[in-house]
Write a protein that binds this ligand. Structure first.
Ligand SMILES: [Zn+2]
Length: 160
């Protein structure tokens, strides 16, 4: 059985790691957390690098999650703008909002792929995209000219 590390088992392991990262002397770390100097030394050289690596990976996942959240927010804003533009009959803005929503969906697909290690989703068969398409087309039904123009634009997107 390998010897247990008193620093790793310490309830304040995070504080110990943080203190060691700042370059505090072993003696003061040992004193502060009630450990032996040799335990602190061994922990720093043998265990700390792995802890830091893990922390960095966790941070990267958290950042990707945060990014995903921001894109989701952008997406809901784009859909709001689309709705408002549709209500005021502003076709140019509606098309811009559709194009933005599509870019957001692509980004969401890429981010989801990165987070899940899955291949990037095909937009044309993604349920989110089909749902968005239906919402857009449905919203424009009372406006035949806009409806036709948007349908045409959506078709050209699908043919890319
Ligand atoms: Zn340790």
């Amino acid at each position: 059985m390998p010897r247990r590390c008193t620093a790793c088992d310490h309830p304040e392991r995070h504080s110990i790691d943080e203190t060691l990262v700042t370059g505090a002397p072993y003696r003061s770390v040992a004193k502060r957390f009630g450990l032996s100097e040799s335990a602190v030394y061994r922990h720093k050289t043998e265990h700390l690098p792995a802890h830091l690596l893990k922390a960095r990976e966790a941070e990267e996942v958290a950042q990707a999650d945060d990014l995903l959240e921001q894109v989701r927010h952008l997406q809901s804003r784009a859909l709001e703008i689309l709705e408002r533009a549709e209500k005021s009959g502003d076709l140019r803005t509606a098309l811009a909002a559709i194009s933005q929503a599509r870019a957001n969906l692509e980004l969401l697909g890429k981010l989801a792929g990165k987070l899940d290690e899955r291949p990037v989703v095909n937009l044309n068969v993604s349920p989110q995209w089909l749902e968005l398409r239906a919402v857009i087309v449905g919203a424009l039904e009372p406006h035949p000219a806009a409806h036709t123009a948007v349908l045409r634009a959506l078709e050209s997107v699908g043919n890319e």
